[in-house]
Ligand binder design. Structure first.
Ligand code: CTP
Length: 414
């Protein structure tokens, strides 16, 4: 921290998290986020926008932080106009409950209030934790601002799917991430990870994600609970490392990530067509999709009524997309995922050989909060020869980056 920093805490070596609390209903969670950030190891500073103070109080913010609250009123205090520069000496900025307006002020480079002027002045990582109505979040104006901020290497956490805070609109995408998750990610971002490199610059990466749906009739289908989170994490990590990404996704409850081509499919046959088309010029294909192995031999054109006590369903196998890619591999790097309940490494190695994949990440459906639906994953990298490496439990984004680091080693030089 430099000599002109507002808090020259020579004796306090903890990194500084500057929390900007914006004006959304989620601002009520800001004091809790401040406490979690402190528990994670940060010393905290806090700015509240004028709108934020409609939802939370100065006292609850300043008591949760390690310093007095900064607002537009304090901006023109004893050192008029300099507060944003002094506060900018932080190690991490976390924008909590960020709504469309703060995102747009930041994307436009406004300096019309303390929060936006400080965002213009910082040189440290910025983590946005948005919260707003789903319709606002998905509006192209907001998504364009998010894409611009991402291109400046700003980080985003959420919004998540869940109940909306206001007007009984039910569930949707727009809920703010939980304070524990915010603190964990902010701490993780302090350590520069390999993802800050651009080792996939100019490479074309195809990622499949989510489940497939095999329709029996117009309203019934066979599927599985894949959330798509692992594949989306791989696609976002590849994009952040400079790749041109095509994400091919089955039906999931996740927004299309900006900065890549996203194609939506339902059945395994549609997935096969989309993957084979996109893979034509790809350097790397990562198959995280949970593809249904079978589909109905006949798909009824109309909803089938109940006719008897017992019914028999005739299934036919779906094409194995990874194996098909493996059959025409060339220099393309192929990565698969496998879920096994027993003899995992041997079975995954045999699968990698059979499908001609460079490696497979193996996970177990029985592990708590991993694989289907969870935010973490615990995987073992298995190579066709049987060599394996168990990775510790980590977030799906970290698994994605580690996967890409391994895959990048196998790419032929450009
Ligand atoms: N996969 C694929 N096409 C399929 C089935 C699976 O491309 N029809 C891919 C998956 O995306 C994953 C890998 O193959 O990357 C392993 O999938 P898994 O279903 O575990 O393998 P299977 O070959 O179906 O083996 P099992 O007999 O264990 O189900």
């Amino acid at each position: 921290m430099s000599a002109d920093a507002p808090y020259p805490l020579a004796q306090d070596l903890r990194p500084v998290a500057l929390v900007i609390v914006a004006g959304s209903i989620a601002a009520v969670k800001a004091p809790s986020a401040l406490r979690r950030l402190r528990e994670a190891g940060f010393q905290t500073r806090v700015i509240a926008t004028a709108a934020a103070l409609n939802f939370t109080t100065p006292l609850s913010l300043s008591t949760a932080a390690d310093a007095p609250l900064h607002t537009d009123q304090t901006w023109f205090g004893p050192q008029p106009g300099a507060e944003h520069l002094l506060l900018a000496h932080a190690d991490m900025v976390v924008c909590v409950g960020a709504g469309a307006d703060l995102l747009s002020r930041a994307a436009l480079g406004r300096a019309s209030d303390l929060a936006s002027a400080t965002l213009l002045s910082v040189r440290c990582p910025v983590l946005w934790v948005p919260a707003m109505n789903e319709r606002m979040w998905l509006h192209p104006a907001v998504q364009t601002n998010v894409a611009l901020l991402r291109s400046w290497k700003h980080h985003f956490l959420g919004p998540e799917y869940g109940p909306f805070g206001s007007h009984g609109e039910g569930e949707g995408l727009g809920r703010m991430a939980e304070p524990e998750t915010i603190a964990a990610l902010a701490w993780g971002l302090l350590t520069p990870a390999p993802q800050d490199s651009h080792d996939l610059q100019g490479r074309r990466v195809v990622v499949s994600a989510g489940p497939t749906r095999e329709y029996l009739d117009p309203v019934r289908f066979i599927s599985n609970p894949s959330s798509g989170k692992m594949g989306f994490a791989v696609a976002e990590a590849a994009r952040d490392r400079g790749a041109r990404v095509t994400l091919i996704s089955g039906p999931v409850n996740l927004p299309d990530p900006p900065g890549m081509e996203v194609r939506h499919i339902e059945s395994a046959l549609e997935l096969r067509d989309a993957v084979m088309e996109a893979a034509g010029r790809a350097h790397l294909v990562v198959m995280t999709a949970a593809v249904a192995d079978y589909r109905a031999a006949e798909r009824a054109g109309e909803k089938q009524p109940k006719v008897a006590e017992e019914a028999t369903l005739r299934l036919v196998p779906n094409p194995d997309i990874l194996a098909e890619l493996g059959g025409q591999k060339g220099e393309r790097v192929l990565v698969g995922f496998a879920m096994e309940t027993h003899a995992g490494v041997e079975r995954a190695a045999a699968k990698a050989r059979r499908k001609n994949a460079d490696f497979i990440l193996l996970n177990y459906p029985t592990q708590e909060n991993t694989a289907f639906g969870g935010d973490d994953n615990q995987v073992t990298l298995v190579r066709p020869g049987g060599a394996s490496e168990a990775w510790p439990r980590m977030s799906k984004l970290e698994v994605a980056h580690r996967l890409l680091t391994e895959a990048a080693k196998l790419l032929p030089p450009e």
